[in-house]
Write a protein that binds this ligand. Structure first.
Ligand code: MN
Length: 245
């Protein structure tokens, strides 16, 4: 699913959710919302291939970290999701539809957590690139960054601040809304694309499993390494182009 469809799906879904929440105490669909039914793919949720080799981000993020983070943690979320989905109201739905339909829904917390973690991790791998290969922000994204932060350095500083101040597990994100970019942080599995009109551009995983083998408790050093060397600005730029379209 491309970013434009993703934004449309969650915009509709969130509106439906808010309407349901206003009209009924639950706010949680017992059957998939209309937007989610439309997005049904019927395909099983699978672990997408890493966009590079497990040693491609070393030494900043080692092959050992990727073997656990991708091979155990990400795979684990996929496995758990595929155990939870059969028999649920969301069996056969696309990953994005499951995330949208269960966001903010206490009755489906386990489904949301695992589905969102599958999506977030796939997005995180794409947000990184081997050192020297991530390119630079497009002219359009660079202009939006300068408008919002004043400079690339200030943007990176805001991302680092979000990553460092996310208490416990979570994510730091660069996002776009109506062409403007901003930095947000989310706890645990939460993901900004469930918010109306918000398109993620890139993310940094700040769960300890993302950095502990390489950096131990030094989250700041891991985040600095990512921001200085590993951000895939070409990916962020492509996401921004779709968000603006
Ligand atoms: Mn992770």
């Amino acid at each position: 699913m491309n970013q434009a469809n993703l934004t449309r799906l969650c915009t509709v879904s969130r509106r439906t959710f808010m309407a349901a929440a206003a009209g009924a105490a639950a706010g949680c669909a017992t059957v998939p919302k209309a937007a989610c039914r439309a997005a049904a793919s019927g395909a099983p949720i699978t672990l997408p291939p890493l966009p590079y080799g497990q040693d491609a981000l070393a030494p900043l993020i080692s092959a050992q970290t990727l073997s656990f983070h991708y091979g155990k943690h990400h795979q684990g979320y996929v496995n758990t999701l595929n155990k939870l989905l059969p028999g649920s109201p969301f069996a056969g739905q696309s990953l994005e539809a499951v995330v949208c339909a269960t966001a903010g829904c206490a009755d489906h917390a386990a489904l949301f957590n695992n589905a969102a973690q599958v999506w977030n991790h796939t997005f995180y791998w794409k947000s990184l690139a081997p050192a020297g290969s991530g390119g630079a922000p497009s002219a359009a994204l660079a202009a939006a960054i300068h408008a919002a932060f004043g400079s690339m350095e200030a943007c990176n500083k805001a991302l680092a601040e979000a990553a460092l101040t996310q208490f416990g597990s979570g994510w730091a994100w660069l996002v776009a809304k109506k062409g403007a970019v901003s930095v947000v942080k989310t706890p645990n599995a939460e993901t900004p694309f469930t918010q109306k009109g918000v398109t993620p551009l890139l993310t940094i995983d700040v769960w300890e499993h993302a950095y502990y083998l390489d950096w131990q408790n030094r989250r700041a050093d891991y985040v600095k390494a990512v921001l200085d060397k590993l951000v895939n600005w070409s990916f962020a730029s492509a996401n921004y182009a779709v968000a603006k379209a």
